[in-house]
Ligand binder design. Sequence first.
Ligand code: HEC
Length: 124
Amino acid sequence: MPPKAARPGALRRAVAGTWALRGWALVAVMLPALTSPARAGDPKAGKAVFTAICSGCHSVQSGQNGRGPSLYGIVGRRTGERSSFLYSPANQASNLIWDVATLDTYIQAPHAIVPGTMMTYGGP
Ligand code: HEC
C-alpha cells in the first residue's frame, strides 16, 4: 500500500479518470456481493464501496498493481493472469474464470473459493 500521504491523490485520480471510463462494468459485477439487494445495480454505491474497501490494495488502472493485482478487465479473465503481479500459488492453481458468480463468492469469502489465497480481505 502506498504511504498515507500519497493516497488522496491516487484516489482522486482513480475517481476522476478510471471510473468514468471503465470502472462501471466491474462495479456492476461486484455490487451484489458488496451491498444490500436493495442497492444492487447502483454503480455509484459500488464505486463508493470499491473506493472505501478495495482501492487500498487494488487499482482498476491497467498494469497498476498494489498489494493486490490490477483489476482492470477482471471479468472474463482467468485467475492469476496479470503477468506483472506475483500471485500466490493457490490463486494460480485455482484455474477460475472471474465472472459474476466467482467474484461474488471470492469477495465474500476469498478462502472459500481459493483456499490459501493471500487476499486477506474477509468480506463486507
Ligand atoms: C488487504 C489487501 C486487499 C484488499 C482490501 C482486497 N484485496 Fe483483492 N487481492 C489482494 C491480493 C494480495 C490478491 C492476490 C491473491 C493471491 O494471489 O492469492 C487479491 C486478488 C484479488 C482478485 C483476483 C485477481 C486475479 O487476477 O486473479 C480479485 C478479483 C480481487 N482481489 C478483488 C477484490 C475486491 C473486489 C476487493 C474489495 C471488496 C478486494 N479484492 C479487496 C489483496 C486485497
